[in-house]
Design a binder for this molecule. Structure first.
Ligand code: MN
Length: 234
């Protein structure tokens, strides 16, 4: 399947918003800077082709993960927020503000996955600059960070996410968070994440989460992580 056709086919567009809210939602979403007219929350395009992460992740694995699972969170969220004031704020703010429940679950899963796709790259790049220095300071070296985050990812019971996150002073920590939980909910800035919901790897790795986690490290976009780290320390 061509990527363009796939994206058009999976586009999620809210309908039925009142005109005032529609305007607000379009304004809120215009922070993406692309100048497109958008309604409600729209799943960002995948930042690479569906087959770009082979053999770590197959085209089929990403078609299901991005095209079915991730897309469904946007669809569910837009249905839940249709006509409500939350549809006029940013997705990140919905995640931060929503109490536990369906709105939080779908908003956080929508946001977490967009972040996850941005953490990956066909050819990974090494950490550099301030982030590299912080990794050395807080973990010793990249191998130790990798070991700590891999352990968190593999041992997390049930569904969830392993995160590297930073506090306002730039102190890094690894977190294993269940279900849709995210560092945004803990006053921390996400820097890197590994999705360890089974749907992230079930086609390519069946039950072998550890093998999926091992493959992740060859495709990390540490330049993206460095930008997120810079945002944490402002
Ligand atoms: Mn997922």
């Amino acid at each position: 399947m061509q990527r363009r056709d796939f994206l058009v086919g999976s586009a999620v567009v809210g309908t039925g918003l009142g005109s005032a809210l529609k305007t607000a939602a379009v304004q809120a979403q215009s922070v993406s800077g692309k100048g497109e007219t958008k309604m409600a929350f729209e799943q960002p395009p995948l930042p690479y082709a569906m087959d770009a992460l082979k053999p770590f992740l197959s085209e089929e694995q990403i078609q299901f993960h991005y095209g079915k699972h991730h897309a469904a969170y946007f669809k569910n969220l837009n249905a839940l927020l249709e006509g409500k004031p939350e549809s006029a704020v940013s997705l990140r703010d919905v995640v931060i503000q929503a109490p536990a429940g369906p709105v939080f679950n779908n908003a956080a899963q929508a946001w977490n996955h967009s972040f996850y796709w941005d953490c990956l790259k066909p050819r990974g790049v090494a950490p550099s600059g301030a982030l590299a220095a912080a990794i050395e300071r807080d973990f010793g070296d990249l191998a130790k960070l990798r070991a700590a985050m891999s352990e968190a990812a593999v041992k997390l019971f049930g569904s969830g996410w392993a995160w590297l996150a930073a506090d306002k002073d730039g102190k890094l920590q690894v977190l294993a968070l269940g279900n849709a939980d995210t560092p945004l909910k803990h006053g921390l800035e996400p820097v890197l994440t590994i999705d360890v919901w089974e749907h992230a790897y079930y086609i390519d790795y069946r039950n072998d989460r550890a093998k999926y986690v091992e493959g992740f490290w060859d495709h990390v976009d540490w330049d993206f992580a460095a930008k997120c780290f810079a945002q944490a320390t402002g």
